[in-house]
Design a protein around this ligand. Structure first.
Ligand code: B12
Length: 214
């Protein structure tokens, strides 16, 4: 019931309801990992599906993403405690993610980033308009396993290629798996630039990360 309500709150983009439900998760000592994985994420997945099928509009997706982010902020400390207590939440790997230089689209990236966090990854989100050096420096600093690049414009896709080249030039490509995504990108583009993976959806991005870090 609570899981279903969490899912609905994301779909409806209902922040007030979400805050009440997160309060219940905390008060009733409901497993926070369960709340994220089988409640909130189900909501954003459903919203993404409805949006793809034209049954919801983009602002609905944005509101859902905001609600999901808010929930992760509220439940964050509990998720960390669950991890400390050994409740099934291993940090599966470290990911540096961001939107490439020249590009300010971040809705999809934020969804992917939130879902990566919820799926158990340690995520370092650089935000928008980030050059290749920023990705590389952060990845070196935190010992990342994966560098994830979002690009929504055909004019900014070349930044994804530049990152792979930059890593090769520095002789550190082997240390990282590079994954890419965003509207105009394709598996062919990923192959062409030597990226390690591509996904069209946020759910697919998690499956991809799981494969690459297995
Ligand atoms: C919202 C939007 C904006 C907003 C962005 C707000 C924000 N905070 O992000 C605003 C209004 C600011 C904007 C600006 C512009 N936009 Co715009 N925008 C869009 C729009 C309508 C939706 C994009 C979106 O958020 N989709 C929803 C999310 C959920 O989908 P997504 O980003 O694709 O992400 C999913 C997957 O791709 C994947 N994914 C995403 N990132 C990653 C990363 C990894 C690693 C992985 C594995 C997967 C993954 O998972 C996500 C979830 O499933 C699109 C049209 C469209 N239908 O896509 C145009 C669009 C992207 N914009 C476009 C353009 C041209 C612009 C502008 C240049 C317009 C202008 N002349 O100023 C500027 C560019 C500014 C800049 N420098 O970046 C064009 C791009 C054309 C092209 N192919 O180059 C589009 C396609 C519209 C069009 N049909 O012409 N835009």
């Amino acid at each position: 019931m609570l899981l279903e309500q969490l899912k609905e709150a994301v779909i409806n983009g209902d922040q007030d309801e979400l805050k009440v439900l997160c309060g219940r998760v905390l008060d009733e000592k409901f497993n926070p990992v369960e709340a994220v994985q089988n409640g909130l994420i189900k909501g954003i997945e459903e919203l993404g599906r409805l949006w793809t099928e034209g049954e919801m509009f983009l602002p609905d997706v944005m509101m859902g993403a905001d609600v999901l982010k808010l929930a992760l902020d509220i439940l964050g400390p509990e998720l960390a405690k669950a991890e400390a207590a050994g409740i099934k939440r291993d940090v599966k790997g470290r990911i540096v993610i961001g939107t490439v230089k020249g590009d300010i689209h971040d809705i999809g990236k934020n969804i992917v980033s939130a879902m990566m966090t919820a799926a158990g990854y340690e995520v370092h989100d650089l935000g928008i308009n980030q050059d290749v050096a920023a990705f590389t420096e952060k990845a070196e600093e935190v010992g990342a396993d994966i560098i994830a690049l979002s690009a929504l414009l055909t004019t900014t896709m070349p930044e994804q290629k530049k990152l792979v080249e930059h890593l090769k030039e520095k002789g550190i490509k082997e240390k990282y798996k590079v994954i890419i995504g965003g509207g105009p990108t394709t598996q062919d583009w990923a192959n062409e630039i030597g990226a390690d993976g591509w996904s069209e959806t946020a759910g697919g991005a998690i499956a991809l990360c799981d494969r690459l870090t297995a």
